[in-house]
Design a protein around this ligand. Structure first.
Ligand SMILES: *[C@@H]1O[C@H](CO)[C@@H](O)[C@H](O)[C@H]1NC(C)=O
Ligand SMILES: *[C@@H]1O[C@H](CO)[C@@H](O)[C@H](O)[C@H]1NC(C)=O
Ligand SMILES: *[C@@H]1O[C@H](CO)[C@@H](O)[C@H](O)[C@H]1NC(C)=O
Ligand SMILES: *[C@@H]1O[C@H](CO)[C@@H](O)[C@H](O)[C@H]1NC(C)=O
Ligand SMILES: *[C@@H]1O[C@H](CO)[C@@H](O)[C@H](O)[C@H]1NC(C)=O
Ligand SMILES: *[C@@H]1O[C@H](CO)[C@@H](O)[C@H](O)[C@H]1NC(C)=O
Ligand SMILES: *[C@@H]1O[C@H](CO)[C@@H](O)[C@H](O)[C@H]1NC(C)=O
Ligand SMILES: *[C@@H]1O[C@H](CO)[C@@H](O)[C@H](O)[C@H]1NC(C)=O
Ligand SMILES: *[C@@H]1O[C@H](CO)[C@@H](O)[C@H](O)[C@H]1NC(C)=O
Ligand SMILES: *[C@@H]1O[C@H](CO)[C@@H](O)[C@H](O)[C@H]1NC(C)=O
Length: 426
């Protein structure tokens, strides 16, 4: 048996701050290898040592063939190797074989981490191998839809006081990370790479929806030192994300950093408050690998009319985004440096969105755009946007073109070198 665990050497219970802490246990697990299935031994190690203990997964590849939850309490996991999710697409697409704990868009998860007071350290040598190429090539010729069952690689759900560090997610089939219904979560040193290598799709974005992370219904989440190569949102701040810090983030290709989409559920309001983003690099990469580099930061809500129902459509939801600061942002050949729109998934006859954006602050932005629409802020005529400020915002338009700053339905916008108005036309 490869699963070894030691009952802590000190077998007597001790008392810390009045709580009885049982003797700590340590489990150590090595990959079985030879095409064998590691799921049972991985689950057994967490069952034995995941509460008041520590678990070491040694370097190598652990073959995971079915959905798995880790419930960690006062626990440390050293994930030196990769959990490699067996790419049996039809198996995972059967709704019985994934979890649906992420409420928004009924997204599927194959691996859920829950609990409190835990650390998962992947030592920059481990994490998750999503074997996404099989999925990307398959879905290049099959219909995709939100909630269709493509699994999120790492879901942190209903967790409190946790750190995930030095963790790689390679080839995620879908969203790399989601944090939902959690608080006091620190992600420090996350590396994500979703890059097509199928020669059939060179120069095409066949890695849609490979977002770096979606935050949802979570408070006090820190995203530190991320390096994300993907074909969609590098970070996506969704409804009821509060007290979010993102610092030292590199986004390579894809759609850039999103707030949203918001207002998809007509019966729920989406609140996003107190978001600080600092030291961001958003950069275009080799177009053969990833042709898109759509935005720097963008904000999006659905319209005020519900068009169908989630997961695939929606709208009509209210709420607000307030107190956002994005500072020290470097852009490299993005299409739209700063964009805000409130017509996601909408039709021209829709009611305007009731979801309001305000308290948006942008400082120390530099770099280049591939179009001259440097700022394009189109707020809902129903609610407008209040308190938008800029300081040292110097993103350049292509050579020979004058930059356009568009601001619709905004109060006074301060700090720009030229007026920002409804047409942006000089
Ligand atoms: C993982 O285990 C499954 C089930 O036994 C097996 O079919 C598959 O080939 C294994 N994968 C690898 C990479 O060993
Ligand atoms: C899911 O599991 C239920 C209960 O076992 C079963 O009745 C149903 O047929 C399964 N669905 C699929 C798509 O396999
Ligand atoms: C969330 O975790 C708590 C324990 O911390 C548990 O009591 C509760 O049932 C969990 N909720 C869900 C939806 O899993
Ligand atoms: C936020 O989370 C961090 C990290 O867990 C923690 O140190 C801090 O006390 C939390 N802040 C609040 C206000 O809960
Ligand atoms: C991402 O993976 C591709 C394909 O393996 C590789 O060429 C590229 O260098 C990787 N990106 C980073 C940032 O390591
Ligand atoms: C920023 O994050 C990268 C990893 O993406 C890391 O290598 C680098 O040291 C970090 N920089 C600072 C100043 O912490
Ligand atoms: C909101 O509507 C969704 C369906 O669009 C439903 O699943 C959810 O339960 C509703 N939530 C509340 C709080 O009514
Ligand atoms: C967000 O929080 C508010 C207030 O607590 C609540 O009314 C709303 O339903 C929540 N929205 C979502 C998407 O959970
Ligand atoms: C902007 O950059 C200047 C000069 O480097 C620095 O003094 C200032 O604190 C920065 N502002 C923010 C909000 O980071
Ligand atoms: C928008 O700003 C430009 C540049 O200052 C100015 O020339 C133009 O008249 C303004 N347009 C409107 C509609 O205010």
């Amino acid at each position: 048996m490869r699963l070894i665990y030691f009952l802590g050497l000190a077998l007597s219970s001790c008392s810390v701050l009045g709580k009885v802490v049982p003797p700590s246990r340590t489990c150590s697990v090595r990959p079985l290898g030879k095409g064998r299935d590691d799921t049972t031994q991985v689950e057994a190690a967490i069952a034995t040592c995941g509460q008041f203990g520590s678990t070491v997964f040694e370097e190598g590849t652990f073959n995971i063939t079915r959905k798995m939850t880790w419930n960690l309490q006062s626990s440390k996991v050293d994930l030196k190797g990769f959990l490699s999710f067996n790419p049996d697409i039809q198996f995972w697409l059967n709704p019985n074989n994934t979890y649906r704990v992420v409420f928004i868009q009924s997204q599927a998860s194959w691996f859920v981490v829950t609990g409190d007071n835990f650390i998962i350290d992947a030592h920059n040598t481990g994490g998750i191998q999503g074997n996404g190429q099989t999925w990307w090539s398959y879905f290049a010729t099959h219909t995709k839809a939100d909630g269709d069952g493509r699994p999120i690689s790492l879901t942190v759900f209903n967790a409190t006081r946790a750190t995930i560090k030095n963790f790689k997610i390679l080839s995620p089939p879908f969203w790399s990370n989601t944090v939902a219904q959690s608080r006091e979560i620190v992600y420090d040193g996350m590396f994500v790479n979703a890059s097509n290598q199928d020669p059939l799709y060179v120069g095409k974005n066949v890695v849609p929806n490979t977002d770096g992370i979606n935050t949802y219904r979570s408070d006090n989440v820190s995203l530190l030192n991320w390096d994300v190569t993907c074909g969609d949102d590098c970070l996506a701040i969704k409804g009821n994300s509060t007290n979010i810090l993102a610092r030292n983030i590199t986004c390579r290709g894809g759609n850039g950093i999103a707030f949203g989409s918001l207002g998809q559920y007509a019966n729920l309001s989406d609140i996003v408050q107190n978001v600080e983003m600092d030291n961001l690099l958003i950069t275009r990469i080799d177009p053969n690998v990833q042709p898109n580099m759509a935005n720097g930061i963008y904000f999006k809500s659905w319209t005020g009319t519900a068009n169908g129902v989630p997961p695939t459509a929606g709208g009509g939801g209210g709420g607000f985004v307030n107190n956002v600061i994005a500072s020290n942002v470097k852009l490299d050949r993005v299409n739209a440096p700063l964009h805000l729109y409130q017509t996601n998934g909408g039709h021209s006859a829709d009611l305007p969105s009731q979801l309001s954006f305000g308290g948006l602050h942008f400082a120390n932005w530099s770099g280049t755009a591939l179009t001259n629409k440097i700022i394009d802020i189109e707020c809902s005529p129903a609610v407008g946007c209040a308190d938008i400020t800029f300081e040292s915002f110097t993103v350049s338009a292509p050579a020979g073109q004058s930059p356009r700053f568009i601001c619709q339905n905004t109060d006074d916008v301060t700090g720009l070198s030229a007026p920002c108005n409804a047409t942006g036309q000089a």
